[in-house]
Design a protein around this ligand. Structure first.
Ligand code: PMP
Length: 449
């Protein structure tokens, strides 16, 4: 079997995620045969450096021997069991460890099986909490502009990336959108901190106005990943926490993409020294191996559901694969690897090396900004640097970088005009050199026509 045979067979049967399938008339699919560390290998023997951790899930590289081993051991004992009425060791141990490593006040863990489902759980739990607490009039959600929380209808409703949302708008509950505190395009001379602090003024005004009807505000702490890797200052989260406490509004932190060390701290909320009322986790939770997600919340929220069955206050939400033992085993192995305190320290050096490797692009006439938070680095391509004028989306400049990357052995998957690196933590300097050189040449090819 070679690449083109498998690709042809694929196109007979598969419908791929986030894809206009007609593109594959001219854009070859890449069938992957195996992975090892930062590398993916196709059926023709070409290798690709996974600079985006396969949609931001992979933390310690592909086919990691320790994670493999833990999953195989678990597989010999128990592959799956219903989690209602039954339990198992990996779920219990994982819940305990998640409570231990997340910010204080997150005491209970509800498992689901993907990121969007975790967001649905947090939204429903928040609404249901207020209902159980005698405030059924609280039924609205506040979200930041340019945010992304997943693709299911509830998660889509509290997101704001129009490319994914607009078509389905008639089906969605109406969220209240406040301006994102993201620092791109701020006034010259204004610090990111000052900009994010200022953005909070509008948020506060909206929360004050709607406090009686709002259950929760949902945010992606520090980095709006699917929203072009836009970044903001932790001060916004600190102010938001204070304001939510004052007004009786839940704060939902969607750490699905930024959790487990991506932004430099184990959880992004730590940089603002806050504890959310709900924290959603997925992606890196299993090291990028298996679909699993978790929503953490407080004992206080939990207790509002705890009552006699006939009072009908229970959270009757379920997914068949909730807390799957193999997923939990992968997560436990991942936590073991993260437990070795040297990971975040090594990441600091890796992040600094990534930054230096593309520093010269600051001067490129089609680069509007290079921004970075820990292990996430993004390069914004612009038509005109002086006014930060974006390229029209129809020109698909990012796709040109993607194609250039594949030709040169690097999987880059720009978000519109934004080229970014979000590699597995095991990336080494020689890989970063290749990744940076490929991005540099790709940006040049895509912008200098
Ligand atoms: N929230 C955030 C912040 C995400 O980045 C994503 C996935 N990109 C999701 C939610 C949805 O997760 P999933 O794709 O597993 O449904």
């Amino acid at each position: 079997m070679n690449n083109s045979e498998l690709a042809a067979e694929d196109l007979r049967y598969l419908w791929h995620p986030c894809t206009q399938m007609k593109d594959h008339e001219w854009l070859p699919l890449v069938p992957i045969r195996r992975g090892q560390g930062v590398w993916l290998e196709d059926f023709d023997g070409h290798r690709y450096l996974d600079a985006i951790s396969s949609w931001w899930v992979n933390l310690f590289g592909h086919a990691h021997p320790y994670i493999n081993d833990r999953i195989s051991t678990q597989l010999k004992e128990l592959e799956h069991v219903i989690l209602a009425g039954f339990t198992h060791r990996p779920a219990v141990e994982l819940a305990r460890r998640l409570v231990q490593i997340t910010p204080p006040g997150l005491d209970k863990v509800f498992f689901a099986d993907n990121g969007s489902s975790a967001v649905e759980v947090a939204l429903k739990m928040s609404f249901h909490y207020w209902r159980n607490a005698g405030k059924p009039e609280k039924r609205e959600f506040v979200t930041l502009s340019n945010s992304y929380h997943g693709e299911t209808l509830g998660a889509l409703a509290v997101g704001d990336v129009q490319l994914y949302k607009e078509t389905y708008e008639p089906l969605l509950l109406k969220a209240i959108t406040v301006p994102s505190p993201d620092c791109y395009g701020r006034e010259p001379g204004v610090s990111c901190e000052a900009h994010s602090r200022e953005a909070f003024t509008a948020t506060r005004a909206v929360l004050e106005r709607h406090a009686d009807s709002v259950c929760a505000i949902i945010v992606e702490p520090l980095v709006q990943c699917a929203g072009s890797m836009r970044m903001y200052d932790p001060v916004y989260l600190t102010l938001l926490r204070e304001c939510c406490d004052e007004l009786g509004i839940h704060l939902i932190a969607d750490e699905i993409a930024v959790g487990f060390g991506r932004t430099g701290s184990l959880f992004a909320c730590e940089q603002a020294a806050i504890s959310p009322d709900f924290m959603c986790l997925s992606k890196g939770l299993t090291g990028g191996y298996l679909p699993l997600s978790a929503v953490l919340t407080s004992d206080r929220v939990y207790e509002a559901f705890y009552d006699d069955y006939t009072n009908l206050t229970a959270f009757l939400h379920s997914h068949s694969y909730t807390g799957n033992p193999l997923g939990c085993a992968a997560a436990l192995a991942t936590l073991d690897l993260l437990d070795d305190g040297s990971v975040l320290e090594k990441n600091r050096a890796t992040a600094a090396y990534m930054s230096a490797a593309v520093a010269d692009l600051e001067a490129h006439r089609h680069v509007g900004e290079i921004r970075q938070r820990g292990m996430i680095l993004a390069i914004e391509m612009v038509a005109d640097r002086s006014g930060l004028i974006a390229y029209p989306w129809q020109e698909r400049r990012g796709l040109k970088v993607y194609q250039h990357g594949l030709k040169n052995g690097v999987l880059l998957r720009p978000l519109g005009n934004v080229v970014y690196f979000m590699p597995p933590y095991v990336i080494e300097q020689e890989h970063i050199d290749l990744m940076a050189q490929t991005a540099r040449d790709g940006i040049h090819a895509a912008t200098c026509d």
